[in-house]
Design a protein around this ligand. Structure first.
Ligand SMILES: [Mn+2]
Length: 296
């Protein structure tokens, strides 16, 4: 399957990784791009997110300056984009079925959105393999509505759908409806929210987050969790978000104490001519592959 790669080719895959390391059979990590954004509630365009992340990733160094390692050696296969269907429930199920196949093949899965609703399909597949799963949800929004625009699979309902399957910890939230806040208050022990406004007041909020997670963790990241100064390329921006090093520190500490079994990065809505947010998303994916899947 792998094409022998003469050195003058620059492979078109996540990280521009040499073909032998990007071959499905050899790769430990599978990148699943899903260009879907049918239910977005403000600006649309996250369907262009996966390809923008892959394009930006090709400018990254293999060498990670923090660990001194080359994470691409683990083998990272970029799959073809998943074919999309309009209806969100069907799309979520298609993600579930795809991720299930990848997990059965022994891959670690990285889902690239696309809109955030897709994540519940990936969580469902992981939960079947890891029944004690906890989900860490990093997002500006609670995403805890039971339905939005008469759709239970709207991207504003994804945390609610996930919390119906397994315990959920949300971090970075700064936009929440009253009905969502009431639901969270009634779900003590099952849903824990770390609001963005409280993080700086708490000396070791990262330690508190880690304490609320079980052994096996799935991480779903909506890029609007980041501050808009560094991540303007999202469809539903909110001021007052997380910094780059805040998120890396959180992820590094989680990787030290927990087994992160899979993750997704969603809701990149590329802005023409502004490439820095795309690179942020790509570098985040590469760093997380290193933290979570290249542990020794
Ligand atoms: Mn969000």
């Amino acid at each position: 399957m792998a094409v022998k790669n003469p050195h003058f080719y620059f492979p078109f895959n996540f990280g521009a990784i040499p073909h032998e390391l990007a071959d499905y059979d050899n790769a430990k990590v599978a990148i699943l791009p899903v260009p879907y954004d049918a239910t977005t509630t403000y600006q649309s365009g996250t369907r262009n997110g996966p390809m923008a992340i892959i394009e930006a990733s090709r400018s990254l160094e293999f060498y990670d300056e923090e660990s001194g390692r080359n994470f691409s050696e683990i083998g990272i296969c970029t799959l073809d984009e998943l074919d999309v269907v309009d209806e969100a429930g069907k799309m979520v199920n298609r993600v579930y079925e795809s991720v299930k196949v990848l997990l059965d093949d022994g891959k670690r899965v990285v889902l690239l959105g696309g809109e955030h609703s897709l994540s519940s399909g990936s969580v469902k597949a992981h939960l079947e393999k890891y029944p004690d799963l906890t989900v860490l949800h990093v997002d500006a929004h609670a995403d805890m509505r039971d339905e939005h625009s008469e759709n239970r699979y709207n991207h504003g309902c994804v945390a609610r759908r996930i919390s119906e399957m397994c315990p959920l910890v949300s971090v970075g939230v700064r936009s929440i409806a009253e009905e969502e806040a009431d639901h969270i208050k009634g779900s003590v022990g099952r849903i824990k929210v770390f609001f963005a406004k409280d993080l700086d007041k708490n000396g070791d909020w990262i330690g508190d987050v880690v304490k609320n997670l079980g052994e096996n963790v799935y991480i779903t990241i909506d890029l609007d969790a980041f501050d808009t100064s560094i991540m303007p390329s999202v469809g539903t921006p909110q001021p007052g978000g997380l910094g780059w090093y805040d998120v890396l520190e959180l992820m590094r500490r989680i990787s030290g104490g927990k087994n992160v079994v899979g993750f997704d990065v969603t809701e990149l809505m590329p802005i023409a001519g502004n490439y820095a947010p795309n690179v942020l998303a790509a570098k985040l994916v590469y760093k997380l592959i290193g933290y979570f899947f290249c542990r020794e």
